[in-house]
Design a binder for this molecule. Sequence first.
Ligand SMILES: [Zn+2]
Length: 327
Amino acid sequence: MGYGKKIYEEARGQLELSRRKAEELAASQTEAFYQKCPEARKVKEEMGANAARAAKAVLHGGNVRAEIEKLRDRGLALQAEYESLLARHGYTPGDLQPRYACPLCQDTGVVDGRMCACLKQLQRAMAYESLSMNAPLEKSTFESFSLDYYRDDPRALHQMQNVLEACQRYAANFRSDSPSLLFKGATGLGKTHLSLAIAGKVLEKGYGVLYGSAQTFAVALERERFDRPDPDTPTDANSQLMSCDLLILDDLGTEFPSQYVNAALYHVVNSRLLAAKPTLISTNLNMQELENRYSDRFASRLAGFYGMLEFIGHDVRIEKRRRPRPQ
Ligand SMILES: [Zn+2]
């Protein structure tokens, strides 16, 4: 599941915090119990000593069965005594145990050597949150995509209906090896809206999505180029661009032109194709313009390997100002 290192570490940190809180709370409640019932502390200490003796006896080997059985009986008796002290003060045995958010992994994020479902869920939620902070994810859904603005133009309406359905199908059937998509068309025809609608659905399905405008990625790539201490280590932005399940590169062609960024973008697009990882690119450049601005090989990767969706019609943002949204 490719959410990137940063989200993984934040999620681990959050779980760790939750675990520590649960354990501190249990410890302070236990201490409060001991204050009321000092006898319980003594019994608990004796339980510990008894368990240590039992462990030692096992390590010694030889004929220690009788000794171990005696220690086990003693352990059970101490346990029963402790529980009766708890009951006398109105506690059940579970009351003073740490209450973990996830009983399955006890907030460690690992169960049977594998990543626990709670850690996956946490990363998903964080990815959604960080994406929502940068983009109006909740507003840009399939449901809020209006075809009303195309009503006057039957050709555009028909085309945009097809585009909308193709995007819905793509999101519904998304897998980590889904094909890549190219959204082409002038500004203001809903490319960003439908990119975000796909992002929301794909995140809901539990995949890692990285969304950003070409300008945002260009800035991140350029910054790392100057910051990175060792030119051979893969950079953070680069590894995020590579590791996410779905990369959405919005508004390609609006970033500040730079040979370095062009080369980095080609590298990302090409490597993701080779790894069969989907990328969604939107642009208002046509093929010829893409070729001129980037390179033949960049344009030919998009033309040859990306599913193309053509957005047509009038600028929706102008239409929206003219006609207030029905709602
Ligand atoms: Zn868990």
